[in-house]
Ligand binder design. Structure first.
Ligand code: SF4
Length: 342
């Protein structure tokens, strides 16, 4: 069954839509009913989707939606972006800030939990709204609203010579235009003790056009050692366009790692995660972390028991070389590192 728009049809046929990444962001689906209807879901899904989207809005790029199976509410990519009524249920142990981001803020927008590195909330904007996101309730409006408001954050980093690595996160730092990002990187480069720049992004997965020449040039030009950490959860997210985008980053000399979240109904079986690791490795992307779900409000229906996760990792070890098995970890607020689970 085909999705109705020509852009969707072209993606199914293996052609990337010709939209620029900014246009793809602009044209992303923001209306829960439109998402349900595009995928021809039964009408009962629309009510739950509208209610849950009032808490955390829908945002789904059309090329990402085009990879989903029409008429299948259990599609593993759809489950990641479709608001459902289960999000509205209160679950014991589920909170607004499960990993203690706010307690670890050094200054608005700068989080430091671990020795030697700190994380900048570069923007509150994302290219996709993942329903399980541990920052779905993060108060982005209280931090810098744009890179032009970063002076206090940069001063805080400059004043602490133990910080050698800066993570650009968010939100998604690659929603910032190339010029702004390049400007920010140059300012970071001027901080003498900074050595490494790590960019955490889902954009090359959901809008692969984002891997522009200008982006790669910025990352190559900087004297900081650059790394990119992408976020894919299911092998169906990596089509030929995403693979090409990932390979372009690698070919520019920038290591690319992937982190996933273990999600019920998305990737909670060894076969799926083995396929994901194989696809990543074939793009020269290293599987880095498989994260146990962070217990954020609204995400309880995604939780997979740790014993199940351990069994999946055990099976992955029998099928893959060691470098292709991600580290299964869990973050606990206040810890000095993520806890290995297997
Ligand atoms: S892209 Fe990252 S920050 Fe944005 S909603 Fe998804 S998991 Fe959260």
């Amino acid at each position: 069954m085909a999705i109705v728009t020509s852009d969707h049809d072209s993606v199914r046929a293996g052609k990337l839509s010709t939209l620029s990444w900014q246009k793809a962001l602009k044209e992303a689906i923001r209306d829960p009913v439109e998402l349900c209807r595009t995928l021809q879901l039964p009408a009962k899904f629309e009510i739950g989707a509208e209610q849950a989207a009032a808490e955390f809005p829908v945002f789904a790029p059309k090329d990402f939606v085009a990879k989903m199976e029409v008429g299948n509410p259990s599609d593993p990519l759809l489950r990641q972006v479709l608001p459902v009524d289960e999000e509205l249920l209160l679950a014991p142990g589920y909170v607004s800030d499960p990993v203690g981001d706010l307690a670890a803020q050094k200054t608005p927008g700068l989080i430091q939990k671990y020795h030697g590195r700190a994380l900048a909330i570069t923007t509150g904007r994302c290219a996709v709204h993942c329903r399980y996101c541990f920052r779905r309730e993060y108060p982005y409006a209280e931090g810098p609203r744009s890179h032009r408001e970063f002076a206090p954050l940069l001063q805080t980093i400059a004043a602490d010579s133990t910080i050698e690595e800066i993570l650009l996160s968010g939100g998604d730092p690659l929603t910032v235009v190339d010029e702004g990002l390049s400007d920010l990187i140059q300012q970071l480069e001027n901080i003498e003790h900074l050595r490494r720049l790590r960019i955490h992004t889902r954009l090359p997965i959901v809008i692969p056009q984002r891997v522009t020449d200008a982006l790669l040039e910025s990352l190559q030009r900087t004297q900081l050692v650059s790394l990119v950490v992408v976020h894919a959860n299911h092998p169906a997210e990596i089509d030929c366009h995403v693979a090409a985008a990932l390979q372009r980053i690698v070919e520019a000399g920038i290591p690319v790692l992937n982190q996933s979240v273990l999600l019920r109904g998305v990737n909670d079986c060894a076969k799926t995660l083995i396929k994901l690791s194989e696809k990543l490795i074939n793009c020269r992307v290293m599987p880095y972390y498989l994260n146990q779900l962070d217990r954020v409000n609204g995400a309880a229906h995604f939780e997979v028991k740790v014993d199940v996760g351990k069994a999946i990792i055990a099976e992955m070890r029998t099928r893959l070389p060691g470098y292709a098995v991600p580290r299964y970890v869990q973050e606990h607020a206040g810890d000095q590192h993520k806890r290995p689970l297997a």
